[in-house]
Design a protein around this ligand. Structure first.
Ligand code: SF4
Length: 99
């Protein structure tokens, strides 16, 4: 699979929206933070699961366990996702990158 540059990902996102194609978004909530996962945008950088394996483990289903770390730690890791595949929403309305 080819690795997409950041601009390519943005173009892919726009192209899917222009064609009316839905971007898949899966949600994982611990009641305080909800992590959103958009697989079509993932660049497979491995950053999430090499830096916070307790939460992001591609060997498990579901692969995101938001009970396995604190909300602040999860938010910090999500912000390090280079592609926008990961984002978050807080219960009181704040949203993280890509959401
Ligand atoms: S950090 Fe983002 S781009 Fe990298 S593997 Fe995780 S979800 Fe995909």
């Amino acid at each position: 699979m080819a690795i997409l540059a950041k601009g390519d990902v943005a173009n892919l996102f726009s192209e899917r929206q222009n064609r009316g194609m839905a971007i898949t978004s899966r949600r994982y909530s611990n009641g305080e933070v909800t992590v959103l996962w958009k697989p079509e945008l993932c660049q497979h950088s491995k950053r999430c699961w090499t830096e916070l394996r307790a939460v992001f483990d591609p060997q498990k289903r579901p692969w995101i366990d938001v009970q396995a770390a604190g909300t602040a730690e999860i938010m910090a890791q999500v912000r390090r996702c280079p592609s926008g595949a990961l984002s978050y929403e807080l219960r009181h309305g704040e949203a993280g990158p890509g959401s």
